[in-house]
Design a binder for this molecule. Sequence first.
Ligand code: SF4
Length: 324
Amino acid sequence: MVGKLHLGRYFTRMNEITRIEAGENRPPRQRKPDWIRVKAPVSKGFAETRKLMRELNLNTVCEEAACPNIGECWTKKHATVMILGDVCTRACAFCNVKTGMPRPVDPLEPEHVAVAAAKMELEHIVITSVDRDDLADGGAGQFVKVIEALRRNTPDTTIEILTPDFRNKADAAIEAIVEARPDVYNHNLETVPRLYPTIRPGARYYASIRLLEQVKKLDPSIFTKSGVMLGLGEERLEVHQVMDDMRSADIDFLTMGQYLQPTPKHAKVEDFVTPQAFDAYAAIARAKGFLLVASSPLTRSSYHAGDDFQKMRAAREAKLAGKA
Ligand code: SF4
């Protein structure tokens, strides 16, 4: 009798678990406003980009981060290659990339990235990576090898790198990348300092600012770029303060986009910032002296990166001509 009762409870509990896994009883996910909707990726260009990435065994942040712009970008053969594997040593609350112990570094990766750039006839390429706290140099050496392979194979392609923070690594890691001379050095601050303990717990806000400041000091000709996600619960004046901190590090280009929750396990969207509010932030940022600002709900740090690079270069030339 007792055994039967236990079995009954067991099956009731198993049914509950099945329902939860099937999505019943879950709080409904926040409905996205109309300005966030994007088209499903179905084009020929999209299929070709995906095939090439698979053939060359390359990961992209477009897929790993479930980027909403993938349909548009891959149709135009713009993809952001993610080097150093697809497993990250950090566990940021906003990011969809897997966390764990990464595999060894792929020695063929630099050549594969260069082959992809050549086949896609890229004028501009964005390279990012997972965090590799397990490597002595944080993976800086692989960034250098990728830049060198691109310069050898596609010398006309301009190169933008979006790196981790290289926290607790020697300055030599960053110096080596700067010496390889990417055209743009990007490192995202992601959010305001108050939210770091919950959103970016493995990072330190001022260490990230210092990284970008160091790049600019080492080689002022390299454009520096950084971005924040909005909608995580930040206050307007906190965002203004981040802009001031970026300007004090002489960062050239600011990107701002709406945070989207990749899965129910990730940090919640606190609010959907309106396109008008993004425009207002952009106006403030321009007044603070950034060379270029990209600010809209769907802005991501690599969105339209090639066109924005041209704009940034033109803005610098115009500024220098004005000073002459
Ligand atoms: S915005 Fe960047 S990450 Fe998103 S699909 Fe485009 S290139 Fe990929």
